[in-house]
Design a protein around this ligand. Structure first.
Ligand code: ATP
Length: 306
């Protein structure tokens, strides 16, 4: 399967700074991919390369089979982009602004009103942007990125400034587009919210790609322990700690719980033994490594000296 975006051994230097170093990956249709990394990791540089705003120092980039930095980049109209800091003319209304962008994209103005409704700005469409909250401006930015039913959406920190309800509705829109076949690349620091939303995670560190895969794949590679917590009848805590001592080092939590970090190959055994003893154990909680923990792990283990 060929990707909608193909990045092959791409390096981008700005003077002495290597913003992106020998990075390769492909993005496929109908997938949501999270691009994560510390400040300066090279995320925005990668987005700019895909948009054709800058050229790679070496390596190749194909977006829908074309070179985005070429003079004739016909696939440009299938690309939607939401920059990190959206800024619009505050004297214009939301509707005027979106109509302006629709013209630039050669879209009929008939698409403007439904898009404003879709991002929840229908009622505010004729208010000047100067009166909009940050979340409303962010949603207008998203509407702008969605003009023309893009096949590829590049979103830089798209949910910053959105409250939890707006974040949810933002991800619902994204998921609908993904189901319709769009490739969505989300550059973000908000790891917890990406955990359930992105089918794949690409982790960047100082210009290098240090991990790439689904959350399950990253968990398999990282082999981080799973946290298992047993709720024990308070009077039996010491007895339970003794009974399960052979399984490893248990910690006491909140007076009536025991917690252990189980390595992947011990996890099933710990669960089997603990759940077999229902006279002692009332409940079991299992917490797989979070994206936050995986992220920290890959930055630690793959950090290379410059
Ligand atoms: P953030 O999360 O802060 O947005 P990022 O991962 O998007 O960070 P980039 O903006 O891609 O990081 O920057 C990567 C590196 O390249 C940084 O060291 C940055 O200072 C440098 N850089 C980016 N653009 C330029 C430029 N036009 N000129 C010089 N250096 C640049």
């Amino acid at each position: 399967m060929t990707g909608t975006v193909e990045i092959g051994n791409v390096t981008k230097r700005f003077g002495k700074v290597e913003a992106v170093r020998d990075v390769s990956f492909e993005l496929q249709e109908a997938t949501t991919v999270a691009l994560v990394g510390h400040n300066g990791a090279g995320k925005t540089t990668l987005l700019k390369l895909m948009l054709g705003l800058i050229r790679p120092t070496s390596g190749s980039i194909r977006v829908l089979g074309e070179d985005p930095a070429a003079g004739q980049f016909a696939a440009r109209r299938f690309l939607g982009y939401l920059p990190e800091n959206v800024s619009f003319n505050s004297a214009l209304t939301g509707r005027e602004t979106l109509t302006f962008y629709a013209r630039l994209k050669r879209e009929g103005s008939g698409t403007v009103a439904p898009l404003l409704e879709r991002v929840g700005l229908g009622a505010a469409a004729d208010r000047r942007i100067g009166t909009y909250s940050k979340g409303m401006r962010q949603r207008l930015g998203l509407a702008q990125a969605l003009l023309g039913e893009p096949r590829i959406l590049l979103l830089d920190e798209p949910t910053s400034g959105l409250d939890p309800a707006l974040r949810r509705s933002f991800y619902e829109i994204i998921e609908e587009l993904r189901r319709q076949g769009a490739t969505i690349l989300l550059s973000s620091h908000a790891l917890t919210e990406l955990e359930e939303r992105a089918g794949r995670v690409v982790i960047m560190n100082r210009g290098l790609k240090v991990a790439d895969g689904s959350l399950d794949e990253l968990r398999r590679i990282a082999r981080l322990p799973t946290r298992i917590r047993l709720k024990v009848t308070a009077s039996d805590l010491a007895e339970a700690q003794n009974r399960f001592a052979s399984l490893g080092e248990w910690r006491r939590v909140n007076g009536h719980q025991l917690e252990i970090d189980a390595a992947p190959d011990r996890k099933i055994e710990v669960l089997r033994r603990a759940s077999a003893d229902d006279s002692l154990v009332e409940d079991i909680d299992v917490a797989a490594p979070t994206l936050d923990e995986l992220y920290a792990h890959f930055l630690r283990s793959q950090e290379v000296p410059r």
